[in-house]
Every structure is written in C-alpha cells, then in structure tokens.
Design a protein around this ligand. Structure first.
Ligand SMILES: [Zn+2]
Length: 129
C-alpha cells in the first residue's frame, strides 16, 4: 500500500483553509495478492465439492469458470481503490477535527462537520501539483 500525505483546501460557505489528508492506494502487487487469494479460496471450495454427489456436476464447472472472473473483478476493484482520510484535519468553521473516508475520489468531495454541521468541501489540488 502506498501512503501519500496530500495538501488539500477545505471550504465552507464562510471560510476556507489549507489542510492535509492521507491518500492511500494499493499497488499492483497488493491487488494481485488479493485476486489470487480469492481465486485460491474459490478453487479450494470447488475442489471440496468434487466429492459431493450431484452437486459437483454444477459446482466444478461453475467454480472453474466463475473463479477467475471474480478474482479479476477483485483485482481491478482493489487496484482502482484510492482512499482519502483526514490527517488531523480541522473544520474551517469550528476547528473540530473532521472524520471521513472516501474510497473513490473521482467526484466532488464533501463532508458534514459533526460539531457545527457545516458542509465542508474538500478541494484536491489539480494533477501535477
Ligand atoms: Zn465544524
């Protein structure tokens, strides 16, 4: 897992301030490990069902065909995952520490402060900065 501390701008209707957040991203190796682990579990279950009469006519072909598909989906989902968590990040209005976690950060991010209920927009710097 790759952890990067990024500076962001927090903005409410009244104030805005700079802050830092922690950006976490899984590397390809971590995502591949998860995919292979899922594939191993599915094929292990498939292997056990070989000894169950009648069930094995369905479970074995299904496990062999569907296992790699599920493993690939898990791999790409994990590789795509990019989480953003606060790093002692205060609300611009009341200075109460914000609590949030975003798994996919490809849309405008906002969070409500638990103390003053202000909507805090989290502005990421544009790429390259
Ligand atoms: Zn607040």
């Amino acid at each position: 897992m790759i952890k990067i501390t990024r500076s962001v701008t927090l903005q409410t209707d009244k104030h805005s301030c700079p802050a830092t957040c922690v950006l976490e991203q899984y590397d390809v190796g971590d995502a591949a490990k998860l995919g292979l682990k899922v594939l191993g579990i599915i094929w292990l279950i498939t292997g056990v069902t070989v000894f169950i009469p009648l069930i094995h006519f369905i479970s074995v072909p299904l496990g062999i065909l569907v296992g790699p598909v599920i493993a690939l989906v898990m791999f790409y989902e994990r590789k795509r995952k990019l989480s953003l968590t606060p790093d002692n990040t205060p609300c611009p209005d009341c200075q109460h520490p914000l609590q949030f976690e975003f798994d996919h950060i490809n849309k405008p991010l906002s969070v409500a402060c638990t103390q003053c209920h202000a909507i805090v927009r989290i502005m990421l710097p544009s790429h390259g900065s």
